[in-house]
Design a protein around this ligand. Sequence first.
Ligand code: F6R
Length: 607
Amino acid sequence: MCGIIGYCGPKSTVQVLIEGLKRLEYRGYDSAGVCVCGDGPLTCLKRKGKIRDLQGHVPAATDGRWGIGHTRWATHGEVNDVNAHPHLDCEGRIAVVHNGIIENFAILKEKLQSEGHSFASETDSEVIPHLIEKYYAGDLEEAVKKALGLLKGTYGIVCMHVDQPQLLVGARCGSPLVLGIGNEEMFLASDVTAIISHTKQVVYLEDGEVVTITPSGYRTTDMRDQEIEKRVELISWELEEIEKAGFAHFMEKEIFEQPESIKRAMSGRLDHDQATAHLGGLNMSNRDLLNVERVRIVAAGTSFHAAMVGMYLLESLARVPCTVEISSELRYRNPIVERNTLHFVVSQSGETADTLYAMRELQRKGATVLGICNVVGSTIPRESDGGVYIHSGPEIAVASTKAFTSQITVFYLFSLLLGRMRDLSFEAGKRFIQDLQSVPPKIEQILSRSRSILALAEKYCCYKDFLFLGRGINYPVAMEGALKLKEISYIHAEGYSAAELKHGPIALINDETPSVFLVPEDSLRDKIISNMKEVKSRRGRVIAVAVEGDREVEDIADDLIEVPRISEPFYPLLMVVPMQLMAYHCAVHLGRDVDQPRNLAKSVTVE
Ligand code: F6R
């Protein structure tokens, strides 16, 4: 969603801000703006559309010694130049960029208007500069704190004042903000990708904290002005990881990274001697784990599909009853927290508001909640009771791919760990590890056939509706296949259990609605083949994703995508890859904005 960057230091501020905003593009946005200051007044430039539109609009001579920038994903007020950030006070002396939602903005705005403040935009965010203006008496930090004290809702903000050279004030409540420490320069950003080309030393702000920066230092305080000692952390990944590395799109690169990212998720966590897994971050002893009677997994979107695969694994391998819930639903239904139930929240970004709030609700009720996250230092890992990083590296494309397979990989590890404490034998554990380790080279094989999937995508991308059908542990993979296709190609697609076809969706079948069937070599294969025949007998077109050499499926299907043979529980990791490639190639062929599909944001930090 919205992105923030702030800078004070000797470099060209405009360049640092624009570069930072470009690196934040992946979060999804509809408009962008910067405000810089040198020796004169504030210069604020904002534009609906892409950063390149904004860049083209910045006069060559514009620069400054400090400034702030923003990419907006509209919540209050339509997408236009005026509603874009930064927002200014009445006199144009204070500028603010804001992520989040101010829930009580209407009351605040009315009051400020009655006091003579005039507003330019329809946004909730604009109340902030006006409140700061109201309280400013020479100390920006103090005025910001007074203003924030009146806000209800969520924010990550950065503010500047024309009279406070090279000073920025940032604050966080519910929307992430990170401080970057450079050499005689400082940065503030909503995520580290915006600043990693300048510094790897960062400080993550917590809710309720305020930071004031100048090129030579920073001060972190709480809202009551108490100084807070913060730990400086080092970002462990490299700039190259957020570059396209010769691929046409980040999504393509991330699909192709999966053999490596899956290996990283396993790395150092497999114990061959004991045929089990080690997951140190869980913060749980074997005795704690033995007491687990149930598991509940909570997540949104693609992470929810990974959680569903996790449920099948935990029940079948570890024999622990497991439920999975959509985080936004769980939070508002007053969930029952039972003793001895272990909770997981799954989130690539670690910032998804629905999942974060669901986690807090569960913790408030006394639950132990573990996170399965990718972004190191994000809110969920910091607030959870323990967890596992998936170590996929930065996922830049909005559509999640490598995070999905790594989240699942972590569920394989956790199921192995728990399974080995229950009825999974040493021999079975050994075989399990071998199978898991055979996944990356098998994915390589699938990726090497990307061109044939491209040909299929070209053949099918003109269709308007698709069904994706799988069963058992591959049912969530069918849902994920449908989600991938719809979010980046804008083709309507639904994912169903193949068995559910006859309970309704079969009414949609005709020669204009192709069905993608996932047909692994497993105990449900014959039943899926029957479902395929039902579709064929209604003139439906069938694309089957099946195991190499499965002639029976080949004879029935109109088109076939082959995946290597593997033992039953591991098919999701193979089956999903052709789905990702199919969606990718359809989107490219249709000329879609693959990495930043319309209306979508990478990290959904509002409810
Ligand atoms: C789909 C996608 C989204 C996210 C969802 C949760 O490709 O990326 O559905 O999976 O918004 O995001 P995280 O995993 O960051 O909590």
